[in-house]
Write a protein that binds this ligand. Structure first.
Ligand SMILES: [Zn+2]
Length: 111
């Protein structure tokens, strides 16, 4: 049983074809420089930097204040909300509208 579970995991994630946190993170790494994300209310933002543990966000509009960084494990906690199509205010913790904007982008959540 363990053997087959392991094979299943190996086959799924290196191909970047599911919505687990590692596949999502890989897609973010691949395309964030070219992307402007949008919150549900239409505020635009981009990812100005990232590493293996967190994302740094920047607002596109000049009126926006400094934005929160988003940790990988916080984005992971929000996956269940995206699976349930929850509105931003039901996402956990801080930066909820930005987590919603990232996870609702079709390049980041394609399936
Ligand atoms: Zn995956």
């Amino acid at each position: 049983m363990y053997f087959w579970t392991k094979i299943f995991n190996i086959m799924n994630c290196p191909q970047m074809n599911c919505n687990c946190i590692d596949c999502i993170w890989k897609r973010i790494q691949n395309c964030y420089r070219d992307k402007i994300f949008t919150t549900k209310r239409g505020r635009r933002f981009c990812i100005s930097d990232l590493n293996s543990e967190k994302i740094i966000l920047s607002g596109v509009e000049e009126t926006q204040n400094t934005l929160f960084p988003i940790k990988k494990r916080d984005l992971q906690e929000a996956i269940i909300c995206r699976q349930n199509n929850n509105p931003p205010n039901q996402y956990p913790s801080v930066a909820t509208s930005y987590k919603w904007g990232i996870l609702n982008d079709p390049d980041i959540w394609p399936y």
